[in-house]
Design a protein around this ligand. Structure first.
Ligand code: FMN
Length: 409
């Protein structure tokens, strides 16, 4: 759908991420909305991620003549034109059937990158074929090692330039919105929800037509197991990277979660991946030091999975300073979780992040207006960061450090 149509539809275009959120909410049926916007338990961590940024005020220096601040940033050897990249999200096809290829195209049109999820709705090769740049790949190291090695070979051959290993899904968090909607992948239409789905008939039509359903780990594991064994017919096409690597081989030694993963597995991955390697889901400075100093990772993503896993774990922005202080001189530190404003990005950079990743904000754009919506969300961040740096009198986002922040009273 074009932006024009979307804007006529909605009246005034969204002016901030919260308004993109509302636009997405109107477009999606409850089960998809619950999947993207929900979190674990009481949403304490999810909310704290957003609120934590507001504990900091931005310093404003007078008369610096700053007019066009430099926003470029590096993730490994990749330069991005603003310090914002896109998080891995499983089953993006559920948000909009164009899924990860649309998201990756929008990212590169804006000079940034997508970290493609293992549980994506499209295969890693499909996303690579749909784009020009080398994006990043997020690994859920599930299954036997030869299967993981095969997946890494495929990802490497497809041109993905950096690997991010997610380590915070030892089991799936308690996402009550998903339970309320009896969320499974592939999703089903029950009599009770038929009317609701009918109100979202465009979404249902596209989902049924394009069948971009991931083999996501969030799903009904019993059913997925049965499908793998061939004792139950698939109710949708399993097309994700995980589907390809694991399910179609009719082999899943450990189904979908990583409860027994240890540091030794990370050593093994380090040995099998010859590019930049990062750990995603770190909240503890000792763990960050271990990943960089002992395992030889290039860095970490400070993240609590957007508050979808352990509720009451620290907000990312709360955990960031100690981690950046501990490893920032010898490893790259990134952050995700709750970033909704350019001022949030500035705060994270000032506390030691080299760049941030956003998750839900681009899903809102995708749900509301497809690929164009993702672009508009990224450009909104760029405009907000640039404007705030001008107002602060800071000529480049690389200059941001603790001196640019003042604790809120
Ligand atoms: C719907 C949804 C699906 C996600 N799927 C994945 C995934 O497949 N792999 C992963 O490492 N993280 C996944 N995450 C976590 C994000 O990568 C990221 O850590 C989080 O969304 C950041 O918080 P934010 O949404 O507030 O920006 C998912 C998050 C959401 C909201």
């Amino acid at each position: 759908m074009s932006t024009f149509a979307f804007r006529l539809d909605a009246g005034v275009p969204p002016v901030n991420i919260e308004e993109w959120r509302q636009a997405a909410r109107r477009k999606l049926p409850g089960l998809a909305w619950g999947y993207i916007d929900g979190g674990a338990d009481d949403l304490v961590t999810k909310q704290a991620c957003e609120d934590g940024f507001r504990r900091w005020r931005l310093r404003q220096r007078a008369l610096t003549g700053t007019i066009a601040p430099d926003l470029s940033a590096m993730i490994g050897k990749t330069e991005i034109s603003l310090p914002v990249a896109l998080c891995p999200v499983g089953a993006t096809g559920l948000v909009h059937w164009t899924g990860e290829p649309a998201v990756a195209r929008a990212a590169e049109a804006c000079g940034t990158r997508l970290m493609l999820s293992t549980a994506a709705s499209y295969r890693a090769e499909e996303v690579a074929d749909a784009t020009h740049e080398n994006h990043f790949f997020q690994l859920y190291p599930v299954g036997r090692r030869e299967r993981i090695a095969a997946l890494l070979d495929r990802v490497k051959a497809a041109g993905y330039s950096a690997l991010f290993v997610t380590i915070d899904v030892q089991t799936v968090g308690n996402r009550e919105d998903e339970k309320r909607w009896q969320f499974t992948l592939p999703w089903t239409v029950t009599p009770a929800r038929a009317l609701h789905m009918a109100r979202h008939w465009r979404w249902v039509r596209d989902a049924l037509k394009h069948k971009r359903l991931a083999s996501a780990h969030h799903g009904d594991e019993a059913r997925l197991r049965a499908q793998v064994k061939g004792t139950a017919a698939p109710t949708g096409k399993l097309t994700g990277a995980l589907a390809e690597a694991e399910m179609s081989q009719k082999h899943m030694a450990k189904i979908l979660i990583q409860s027994d993963m240890t540091w030794e597995d990370l050593v093994w991955i380090r040995d099998h991946w010859q590019g930049p390697l990062y750990v995603k889901g770190i909240l503890d400075a000792d763990d960050a030091a271990r990943a960089v100093d002992e395992i030889g990772c290039e860095g970490v993503v400070v993240s609590n999975h957007g508050g979808r896993q352990l509720d009451r774990s620290p907000a990312s922005i709360e955990a960031l300073p100690a981690i950046a202080e501990r490893i920032g001189s010898r490893g790259e530190v990134f952050l995700d979780g709750g970033v909704r404003r350019g001022s949030d990005v500035i705060t994270a950079l000032a506390l030691g992040a080299k760049a941030v990743f956003i998750g839900r904000p681009y899903l809102y754009g995708l749900a509301a207006a497809g690929e164009q919506g993702v672009r508009e969300v990224i450009e909104l961040f760029r405009a907000e960061i640039a404007r705030d740096l001008i107002l602060m009198g800071c000529p480049t986002s690389k200059a941001l450090d603790r001196d640019w922040l003042i604790p809120a009273p």
